[in-house]
Design a protein around this ligand. Sequence first.
Ligand code: 9YW
Length: 411
Amino acid sequence: MNFDKIDKRARKIMRENDRGLYTVPTKGLYPYQWNWDSAFAAWGFSTYDVRRAWSELETLFTGQWDNGMVPHIVFHKQSIGYFPGPDVWGVPRVPHTSGITQPPIAATMARAVYEADKHYGRIHMELMYGRLVSWHRWFVKYRLHDGMVAITHPWESGRDNAVDWDDAMANVDGSGVGEYTRRDTSHVDPSMRPKKEDYDRYLAMVQFGRDTGWNEVEIARNGPFRVADVGMTLLFLRACRDLLHIAVELDHEVEEIEGWIAMLKRGVENHWNAERGHYDSIDLRTGKFTNSLSSASFLVWFAGIRDDRMLPHLDRIMTEVAFGVPSNDPSDPHFNPLRYWRGPSWGMMNSLIGIGLAETGHIVHAEKLRKNTQKLIAEHGFYEYFSPVDGAPAGGNHFTWTAAIWLTWAS
Ligand code: 9YW
C-alpha cells in the first residue's frame, strides 16, 4: 500500500470538490454544501490547511437561520443537477437553504480543527462558539423528547432510507405529491438508491414543512414523521461534550451545556431496547421501537458512554461481514449490501465508531475497523460507500468525506 500516493489522491479529491470557501460532497451527484459532509471536510482540511478548514465551517454557518437551526443543505449557487432544489424547499432567505437539519457534528469537528492549530484557530473558535451554542439550543428547544433527539424527516438523520424509518414512513401519505423528476437516479444506479415510493413520502414531508412556513411547533404537533433517532442523540451528546470542552478552553459559562449533557445521557438510556438488547430508535408517533440494529447504535462509545452490552453484537457482525460496521444488521431480512443505508458500509460512520471504540479502550475492535476501512479505500478508491460483504465500491465516486476520513483516521 503506497500511503503517499493515496494521500495525494485524497487531497486531489478535496481540491476537485472545493468551491473556494466550501466543498460539495461530490461533483455531479451532490452539487451544494451539505451540513455534516462539510464538517468532515473541515476535519480533512485540518490535516494540511487549517485556514481552509475554518472557512469550510464558517461558510456552512452562513446558512444558519435566525432561530439557530443549521440546515442540511446550503444552496450557495444555482445548479440544475439536484432535486429537490431551493424552489421546492421554499425557504425565504439568502443564501437559500433546505428547511431541515442534519447530524450536529460541527462542534466535534470544530474542536478537532481548533486543536490542529490553537494559535491560528483561537479567533475562529471564538467566533464560531456562539453559533454552535445557538444551533445546540435550537435542538434542545425544539427537538428533545425525554432526552432523545427527534427527527422530522429521514434526511435529517443523514441515513436516508435506513430500515429504522420503515414503520414510520409507512404512515406517511405520499400519494398527493404530484409530478417531479428525480436527478439522483441519472447519476448513479437506481437499484442502489431509495425507491420511488420512498421519494414520494420524502417530498410529502417537505411539502408539509413548507406549508407551515417551517414552523417547528406545528411540525412537532402535526408533522407526518417524528422519530427519536439514536444516531442523532448519540452524535449530539458527543457534540455537546466537545462544546463543553471548548467552553472551558475559552472561559465561557458551562452550566447550560452541562445540563444538556445530563439530559442527553438520560435520553440514551431511553433508547435502550431491552427486548432486543441494543440501542434503538423510537417512532414518537406510535411509541414503538424500530427494532432495527443499524450502524448508528454503535456510536454509543463515540458519545462517551462506557457500555459493553453492544460488544457481542459488534463481534457477531464483524465476523458475518468483512468490511466495517454495515448500515444494517446482516442477519436482518431487509439487509441489502448495496442499497444505500440498508446494508452498505460507510467509511465516515466507521471512522466515528472506530474513534469511539479506541477512546473507550476497545483497541482491537477499533484497529480492525480502521484497517478494513483502509483496505476498502486503498483497493477501490474514495467511493460514497461499499458492500460490507465483498467490498464492492458503490454510489458516487470521488467523495469528499471518504477522502477526509482517509487523511484523518483511516491511513
Ligand atoms: C440525498 C451528501 C448526502 C449525505 C447524506 C446521504 C445523502 C442526500 O447524501 O443524502 O439526496 O439523498 O444520505 O448522509 O449528507 O453526501
